[in-house]
Design a protein. Structure first.
Length: 160
C-alpha cells in the first residue's frame, strides 16, 4: 500500500521513494533467502513461500504501473498469468509429494523482473539515462524469460 500511495505524488520524489522502497523489499527478500541457505535453515515451506512473495511483490507493483502508463497491460497480464500458473503447478506437485524448487532459469527471470519493475517505478530520466525506456527493454527480456521458464517448469513437472 505504501508504494501505491507514493505513486500518487506527481514528479520524481514519489517515484524515487516508491522505487527505493521496492528495492529494499526485494533486497530484504534476497538476503533472507541467502541467510537461510547459509545457515542451513531452508525448509520445504520456505521453498514454496519465498517465490510466492517475489511473485506477489512484482505482480502487485506491475499492476499498479498500468494505469500510470508505465507498464503495458498485455505484458503484465502475461507475467501475472505465468506466475499464477507456475504457483498452482508447484502447489499441485507439492500435494503429490514432489517439490519443484526454484531453478536458475527462474531466478534469472526474477532478477530481470525486479530490475525492470524498479526502473519502471523510477520512470524519470536520471543522469541523461532514459530510465523508463531501459525499464521497458528489461521488462521485455523478463517477459521472454518469464514465458520460457514457465514452459521449463511445466516440462519438468510432466517428466516427474
Amino acid at each position: 500500500p505504501v508504494i501505491a500511495l507514493l505513486l500518487l505524488f506527481p514528479g520524481r520524489a514519489g517515484s524515487f521513494m516508491a522505487a527505493a522502497l521496492f528495492f529494499l523489499a526485494a533486497l530484504s527478500d534476497t538476503l533472507d533467502g541467502y541467510l537461510a541457505r547459509r545457515r542451513g535453515t531452508v525448509t520445504a515451506v520456505g521453498k514454496l513461500i519465498d517465490p510466492l512473495a517475489d511473485k506477489l511483490l512484482v505482480s502487485t507493483v506491475l499492476i499498479l504501473l498500468i494505469p500510470l502508463g508505465r507498464a503495458p497491460a498485455w505484458a503484465v497480464a502475461v507475467i501475472v498469468a505465468r506466475e499464477m500458473a507456475v504457483t498452482t503447478l508447484r502447489a499441485v506437485a507439492a500435494s503429490h509429494g514432489t517439490l519443484i524448487a526454484a531453478s536458475l532459469f527462474g531466478k534469472a527471470k526474477n532478477l530481470f523482473q525486479l530490475t525492470a519493475t524498479n526502473l519502471l517505478l523510477l520512470h524519470y530520466p536520471y543522469f541523461s539515462i532514459p530510465v523508463h525506456r531501459l525499464g521497458l527493454l528489461i521488462l521485455y527480456v523478463a517477459l521472454f524469460l518469464t514465458v520460457a521458464s514457465g514452459v521449463w517448469y511445466f516440462l519438468r513437472y510432466l517428466r516427474g
